[in-house]
Design a protein around this ligand. Structure first.
Ligand SMILES: [Zn+2]
Length: 234
């Protein structure tokens, strides 16, 4: 029954999208990019993100991918592709109209998630945050940056799920509740990874899909009272 409803909803969404004209003036919209090869179908967006996470990555740059909803209610991911040292340009995967600031979904799919990886950046992070413990440096790199949160805020209607892999093997998924997405993404994040986590779970959701060497073996949803296993909290 649930599967049926999911399928119907997905089909309805795709029908709606089919009615949106794709042609846009070349000056304001990027052409629809050719998507990298897709994964096999998965029953959840998180499983599709885990598939992306398991790919080999070079440690010195970011990688990006999309999670897409298919007409049959299943999810696929695009094979991750290399970006820059500290950024990944989503326009390599999605057509974006800079004038209206709207994203066009890839034809035949609905984009429901974006993935990017954070490269090895521990030394620079420790230098920028001299009071962080080694564990906090790892946490910092496993979490969305303020810029990442800004994209999640601005495109809350498209990116129901946001995923980040870190070089320490962590994979987290996070989402922002639409009613909180109109403000400034940097507000209330505090000055530690723990305070940022508390803010994210207040305005949305954060879940650990792969603990790596970051989350003390924990996987699952993070709650506001979460403390790093083995730490005294703060
Ligand atoms: Zn990032």
């Amino acid at each position: 029954m649930t599967n049926h409803t999911d399928r119907d909803n997905a089909r309805k969404l795709l029908e709606e999208l089919a009615n949106i004209p794709l042609e846009q003036p070349p000056s304001t919209a990027s052409a629809a990019p050719v998507l990298p090869p897709l994964s096999q179908p998965f029953s959840s967006a998180d499983d599709a993100a885990l598939w992306v996470h398991q790919h080999e990555r070079e440690g010195d740059r970011e990688y990006g991918a999309l999670v897409l909803l298919c007409p049959d209610g299943k999810y696929v991911a695009t094979t991750p592709i290399e970006g820059e040292a500290t950024s990944f340009d989503l326009e390599r995967l999605l057509a974006y109209n800079r004038e209206t600031r709207t994203i066009s979904h890839p034809q035949g799919y609905r984009c429901v998630g974006r993935y990017h990886s954070h490269p090895e950046y521990a030394e620079q992070t420790a230098r920028a945050h001299p009071r962080y413990s080694a564990e906090q440096v790892k946490l910092h790199l496993a979490l969305p940056s303020t810029g990442d949160l800004d994209i999640a805020f601005k495109h809350v209607d498209v990116f129901k799920n946001n995923y980040i892999s870190s070089d320490d093997g962590s994979l987290v998924g996070y989402s922002i509740k639409p009613q909180y997405a109109s403000g400034y993404a940097g507000f209330g994040l505090g000055s530690t990874p723990e305070s940022k986590i508390r803010r994210i779970v207040t305005i949305g959701q954060l879940r650990v899909l792969d603990s790596g060497t970051v989350w003390g073996g924990f996987t699952g949803p993070i709650t506001a009272d979460w403390v790093l296993p083995g730490s005294a909290g703060q």
